[in-house]
Design a protein around this ligand. Structure first.
Ligand code: GLU
Length: 450
């Protein structure tokens, strides 16, 4: 499918982004997706162009790249690269996760940091946008190796962090275990029990209820709102959820709670189909406890089928949630989903759908909602964790989940209202981009040329 033409008012900004950030394809893609929505905004608000708000937004405020040496269990010296891109602090301290995965390089961290600005803005909470990580691969590493890596990573990163400065959390490859090692090292270096410096902490040492579940639950609350808007619900619906990590697991849990049935999930080696509905206890045991592969699920569950090397989008479904990683759903996948009767696609991961796939889905009348709106429940709950840390309080699961649900509902409504007011009714992409952008842009205008 052919590319959409960029509005002339932002085309030169995009050219500059490409020129200044060579070889960073994912970053270019993320910027382009936002700029495509901004033509009508710039037309209505010439003050944004006058103050070069969009150009400034596309340039990170600070980028840190550092060496992370560590010693493996065999006594060999290993070397990785660490990143933190502090993209925008107009709305609050830099906030965003850390990703440990061999694919991580500056372009991935920048795309994620850029998305995070708009996502965090959409939550309505006081958080700026950032992202970080490393090309370290935790897969197959012992706990002791992961700990030594995290300690070495934090020896450099700590100087850039602080509860009012920059507050990392998890992402792919970074969960409670890694946050624990990172927090322990930060505390040792600074001699401060500064709870608000990291989110996703364990419940006994400053973590928040629902943070583990929040990204998956939030994504499903968002889909529930999409369905409700059309007078529908999850009751009796088939769904497929790609991935089998933290986001996927809790998305599946909430879909089942709301009366839907998730019949397939996946990992990087293939997918499994379970027509009876995914058995979550088994999935959690394989992925969370044993850190195993998804194919083990079919071996242990009568009636389930494993499709090694297969593409999950081939499974017929009403609703699809891509919850694995960027660009996992391309044009072939979109065509398969359309053939299989899919009516709603909502991004649980960050930018999992390629631009061509988005266009194909929308052209076929599939309701499509972008990650920066759909998965914002995760970082929103991180902001709730920061609130609890600041007041030395801890809230119940029920109360925290209720706050999360309210935030997601308001993001959904803000997307639709904004889309409507810019002449694009029902367009979640335009709504999320414009609503996310204007809140940051207004704060930047108010704060002057910085
Ligand atoms: N990595 C998550 C995201 O993509 C969470 C970030 C956070 O909690 O700071 O939004």
């Amino acid at each position: 499918m052919t590319e959409t033409v960029l509005p002339a008012s932002v085309a030169s900004v995009f050219e500059e982004v490409i020129r200044r950030n060579p070889g960073e394809g994912e970053f270019h893609q993320a910027v382009r997706e936002v700029l495509e929505s901004l033509g009508p905004v710039v037309a209505k608000h010439p003050e944004y162009a006058d103050a070069e708000v969009i150009r400034r937004l596309c340039e990170p405020e600070r980028q840190v790249i550092f060496r992370v040496p560590w010693t493996d269990d065999a006594g060999r010296v290993q070397l990785n690269r660490g990143f933190r891109v502090e993209f925008n602090s107009a709305l609050g301290p830099y906030k965003g996760g850390l990703r440990f995965h061999p694919s991580v390089y500056l372009g991935i961290v920048k795309f994620l940091g850029f998305e995070q600005i708009f996502k965090n803005s959409l939550t309505g909470l006081p958080i700026g946008g950032a992202k970080g990580g490393s090309d370290f691969d935790p897969k197959g590493r012992s706990d002791a190796e992961v700990m030594r890596f995290c300690q070495s990573f934090m020896i450099e990163l700590y100087r850039h962090l602080g509860e009012h400065t920059d507050v990392p959390a998890g992402d792919i490859g970074v969960g409670t275990r890694e946050i624990g090692y990172l927090f322990g090292q930060y505390k040792r270096i600074t001699n401060r029990f500064e709870s608000g410096v990291l989110t996703g902490k364990g419940l006994t040492w400053g973590g928040s209820q629902v943070r583990t579940e929040a990204t998956g639950y939030g994504a499903v609350f968002f889909v529930d709102e999409i369905l409700r808007t059309a007078g529908e619900s999850f009751e009796g619906r088939r769904a497929i959820v790609s991935g089998s990590g933290n986001v996927a697991i809790y998305a599946i849990e909430k879909i089942h709670e709301l009366g839907g049935r998730v019949v397939a999930c996946s990992d990087s080696n293939g997918y499994i189909v379970d027509e009876a509905g995914i058995d979550l206890d088994l999935l959690k045991d394989i992925k969370d406890v044993r850190r195993g592969r998804i194919s083990e699920y079919a071996a242990q569950r009568p009636g389930a089928v494993s499709v090694p090397g297969g593409v999950i989008w081939d499974v017929p479904t009403d609703i699809a949630l891509p919850c694995a990683t960027q660009n996992e759903l391309g044009e072939n996948g979109a065509a398969a989903l359309i053939r299989g009767g899919c009516r709603v696609v909502a991004e649980g991961a960050n930018m999992p759908t390629t631009p061509g796939a988005v266009r194909a889905l929308r052209a076929a009348g599939v309701r499509f909602a972008p990650g920066k709106a759909v998965n914002a429940g995760g970082v929103a709950t991180s902001a709730l964790e920061m609130q609890q840390n600041a007041s030395r309080d801890s809230w119940s699961f029920e109360y925290t989940e209720q706050r999360l649900a309210e935030i997601v509902r308001s993001i959904h409504d803000r997307c639709l209202e904004t889309a409507e007011s810019y002449g694009a009714p029902g367009d979640y992409v335009a709504g999320a981009n414009i609503a996310g952008f204007t809140r940051v842009a207004d704060a930047m205008l108010a704060q002057g040329v910085v």
